[in-house]
Write a new protein. Structure first.
Length: 507
């Protein structure tokens, strides 16, 4: 495969095979997700208990009204199907082995074992009660569908988790659609984006949590923004799509706010550009549709939050429950993130977590030091290469440089948001983040920027191999990356699959 000067491997010759390849990638991503969802027992350390409780309440038509306790039904699931393997090692137990699952015990032993524990769990407060509703509404409907199909007990838990199979398969397909907008005449380069997405070892897709929907929705927002940026006038259909996807992104996770801030900035820049070119009057009707679609759902949710929680956003209640307090502005600058060592500690942990997630097993992080170094160094190197190349690209293709700038800014804004949270708060007695290590480095909080990040990452790789004037070194490198990443993921997570608590042992 040889590069063309301007239109390397154009779409005409690869259109049919590309579609077949993408469907194959979707299938592979779905099978991967299924196997890992089934391999991990319940309930992981990424607040899976809390998220499941909210999903269960939504499936029953109940919206939390304040920071509610866990329901008794959820507590039953926690005690009967939860595994201690995430948090403790087998040496913690007298015989050096984990006890058998509660669901595998006799009816008499099971009843005696769970009653007190269920009561203790149902008395605890669910810290995710305040979260926006979209993921929980979708997962709640999925849970009801599972019940209609005859699933119950532990099988119903795994049914809810397997919603991620659909999410990741859809994300692979959407990432290719987005990549074709970024690489319109370079379909072989565009194919590298869904390949990386299909094999990303981000373990949030193996659990029940509302972060899973963010990359799909903000990816849709970004496609809409790109198409409007290239068009002269905003069409009514595109206005509806952009407004609804932006509101849906907000109604999925509040940590998507910085991404929406970038999107809103792009909208305002486009409006200003159309005003200068005299096209604003033709765009006004579609703009009205966009504003209505973006504001009405979000406004309705904020009114509900003000009524139910006394806080239109809800975060203040969560912050108070976590024991965090806001620091005076003058104390922000004493934070270790403003040192080289602190900045590296924050960025390295965040980037590694962004790629592979944050599950623990027997109390230790499921991670490979070598893989983490690759995630961090390759991300910093390729993102920097893209950023440094943008001024040169702007001289030859200004619009394309602007679009890559938007993708880059989305990821940077998400990172800076977590840095701001880290600096802004005193974390008190919280275990994570803590006063000793005051960094909010959970990569799952910024996975809404996954598609823009992977596009920037692939463009950096493309720049690195451009001197060869051929495509195959780029594609071969991506294949090597996903192979190494997959081997590392299997090696790191292999102990999980022998758990007596997972789906493969459920009966």
């Amino acid at each position: 495969m040889k590069r063309r000067p301007d239109a390397r491997c154009g779409q005409a010759g690869l259109q049919g095979p590309a579609k077949l390849f993408i469907w194959l990638l979707c299938l592979i991503a779905g099978v991967r997700t299924f196997l890992f969802c089934a391999g991990f027992p319940f309930f992981n350390n990424a607040d899976e208990q809390a998220h499941f409780d909210v999903v269960l309440k939504y499936s029953q038509g109940h919206l939390p009204r304040g920071m509610e306790s866990f329901s008794g039904e959820s507590a039953r699931y926690f005690v009967r199907y939860g595994s201690p393997e995430f948090f403790v090692s087998p040496e913690t137990f007298p015989d050096g082995r984990f006890p058998p699952p509660v669901w595998a015990s006799s009816a008499e032993g099971r009843s005696a074992a769970v009653s007190a524990a269920e009561q203790a769990r149902s008395d605890a407060t669910n810290p995710e009660s305040w979260q926006p509703p979209l993921y929980y509404a979708i997962a709640g409907l999925w849970l009801k569908l599972g019940q209609l199909c005859g699933f119950s007990d532990g099988h119903l838990l795994y049914w809810v988790r397997l919603l991620n199979v659909l999410f990741l398969a859809a994300l692979v397909w959407l990432s290719f659609r987005a990549a074709r907008d970024f690489f319109p005449q370079q379909e072989w380069v565009a194919l590298c984006v869904p390949v990386l997405v299909a094999f990303i070892p981000q373990d949030m897709f193996y659990g029940i949590e509302n972060d899973n929907l963010s990359p799909l929705l903000f990816g849709a927002v970004f496609i809409c923004l790109i198409r409007w940026w290239r068009a002269e006038v905003l069409s009514p259909l595109l206005a509806v799509c952009l407004g609804l996807t932006m509101s849906a992104t907000y109604l999925t996770k509040l940590s998507n706010a910085p991404l929406l801030g970038v999107a809103l900035s792009i909208v305002l820049l486009k409006i200003f550009s159309e005003a200068r070119s005299g096209n604003l009057r033709r765009t006004l009707p579609a703009l009205g549709i966009f504003v209505a679609c973006a504001i009405i759902p979000v406004g309705g949710w904020m009114i509900w939050m003000q009524h139910a929680f006394g806080d239109a956003i809800g975060s203040s209640t969560h912050i108070a429950l976590s024991g965090w307090t806001r620091k005076p502005f003058t104390e922000w600058w004493h934070h270790p993130i403003f040192t080289w060592q602190g900045a590296w500690s924050f960025l390295s942990k965040l980037l590694a977590s962004f790629w592979r997630g944050e599950f623990i097993w027997h109390g230790n992080r499921l991670a490979s030091a070598a893989a983490d170094y690759f995630y961090v160094i390759s991300s910093l190197l390729l993102v920097s290469m893209t950023a440094l190349h943008l001024p040169r690209l702007a001289r030859s293709d200004k619009m394309r440089a602007q679009i890559f700038s938007f993708a880059l800014l989305s990821f940077i804004a998400a990172v800076l948001f977590l840095a701001f949270i880290s600096v802004r708060f005193d974390f008190g007695d919280s275990v994570y983040p803590s006063r000793a290590e005051p960094y909010l480095w959970s990569g799952r909080y910024i996975t809404g920027a996954l598609i823009p990040f992977i596009i920037v990452y692939v463009y950096g790789l493309d720049l690195a191999f451009r001197w060869t004037h051929r495509i195959w070194p780029l594609f071969a490198t991506v294949v090597i990356i996903v192979t190494a990443v997959t081997v590392s993921e299997i090696r790191v997570n292999r102990p999980v699959f022998s758990s007596d608590y997972n789906w493969f042992h459920l009966h």
